[in-house]
Structure formats: C-alpha cells, structure tokens
Design a protein around this ligand. Structure first.
Ligand SMILES: CC(C)(COP(=O)(O)OP(=O)(O)OC[C@H]1O[C@@H](n2cnc3c(N)ncnc32)[C@H](O)[C@@H]1OP(=O)(O)O)[C@@H](O)C(=O)NCCC(=O)NCCS
Length: 164
C-alpha cells in the first residue's frame, strides 16, 4: 500500500468510497446522505488530500484544510477507508502523511471533529473515536448538539493532536 497526493482523477473513486460508507436506514455506517452527496464531492476538490493505493486501486483518502482562527490550525475534513481495507493501517498512514505536511507548514496541532464517545456508543462511530485516540488525538472540547455551530445531529468531540 502506498500513500500519494490526491489527483483530480481520484475524485470519482473517493466519492464512491464515501458513498459506500454512507449510513443506511438501519443506522449502520458513517456519513449522512448530505455528506457524501454534497460535502465530500465539494471538499475533495477544494482541500488538500492524499489517497491510499493498494495494487493500483484507491482504497482510502484524507482531506484537510485550515481554520481561520486560531492561525496555523489545520483540521481533517474527511477521512475514509473502504470497508474491505479497514484495520490494515491505511487510516493511520493517511493521517501521518497529512501531519507531516502540516508540520512542514508550521502547524503545532491537527484537529478533527467526530461524534463524542457517548454519542457514538453503539454505532460505528465508536470505532472511529477509538481510532483517533489510538493514533494520538485527545479530547479538547465538545460542541453540543444544540450549539448553533454544530451542523450534525449529535454532540461532537473536537479532538486535537500535538504534531511532532
Ligand atoms: C476511521 C478509519 C479512517 C480508520 O482507518 P483504518 O485504516 O481502518 O485504521 P488503521 O488500520 O490505520 O488503525 C489505526 C489504529 O486504530 C485502531 N482502530 C482502527 N479502527 C478501530 C476500531 N473500529 N475500533 C478500535 N480500534 C480501531 C487500530 O486497531 C489501529 O491501532 P493499532 O495500530 O495500535 O492496532 C476507517 O475505519 C474508516 O474509514 N471509517 C469510516 C469513516 C470514518 O469514520 N471517517 C471519520 C469520520 S469523523
């Protein structure tokens, strides 16, 4: 498996992966319909990204961008690894690559938002939270479901990793 910069030719495959993980009526899966149909296709074209490639096939991607304030605060906008390839190190390597680029640009931290441990309990986001913890992210604050800045339908954890 190798990690390389995302190119325009990768957009359809990244969109397909996002859609394939999109959650179903029985509550399984990750991204909302609006996320995979609207936000992911838009952000992959605007943000910087990397893909994980296995024998010539794109099996995962990460995109990241930066917040206006505080300055030098990059965040992961999207990360997804196809179900078949999860648990094999692609996610860790994608994040690591983004971290290195952010460090080079002078950032101290990398941020990400995901459902809180409590909100994700019993859903597949439980594994996502564990993934971030496992690769060194720590809880910085919670954006409550009722907070006007929260575009999701649950409490969101703002996680932060110190870059080194
Ligand atoms: C979250 C995701 C990107 C992780 O990628 P991955 O390739 O499966 O993860 P890795 O194999 O690199 O795992 C890295 C570490 O996290 C741990 N981890 C990964 N998924 C886990 C899970 N579901 N439960 C517990 N630990 C997990 C691994 O055990 C590994 O730790 P180790 O190396 O010490 O054994 C991937 O599972 C995914 O695409 N999930 C669906 C989309 C999603 O959640 N996106 C983020 C939305 S905020």
């Amino acid at each position: 498996m190798r990690i390389r910069a995302m190119k325009p030719g990768d957009y359809p495959e990244a969109e397909r992966i996002g859609k394939s993980l999109g959650h179903t009526k029985d509550g399984k899966g990750w991204f909302t319909e609006r996320a995979w149909s609207r936000y992911i296709p838009f952000d992959i074209r605007i943000h910087r990204g990397f893909v994980a490639e296995d024998e010539g096939t794109v099996v995962g991607f990460i995109t990241y961008s930066s917040y206006d304030t505080p300055a030098t605060s990059p965040y992961i906008s999207w990360i997804a690894v196809s179900r078949k390839h999860q648990g094999k190190g692609a996610g860790r390597r994608l994040v690591r690559r983004a971290e290195r680029e952010c460090l080079k640009a002078g950032a101290e931290f990398l941020w990400v938002e995901t459902p809180t441990r409590e909100a994700g309990r019993g859903t597949e986001y439980e594994g996502t939270y564990k993934f971030y913890e496992r690769i060194g992210f720590e809880l910085e604050r919670v954006i409550s479901e009722s907070d006007p800045g929260n575009g999701c339908d649950c409490d969101m954890a703002v996680l932060r990793k110190v870059l080194d």
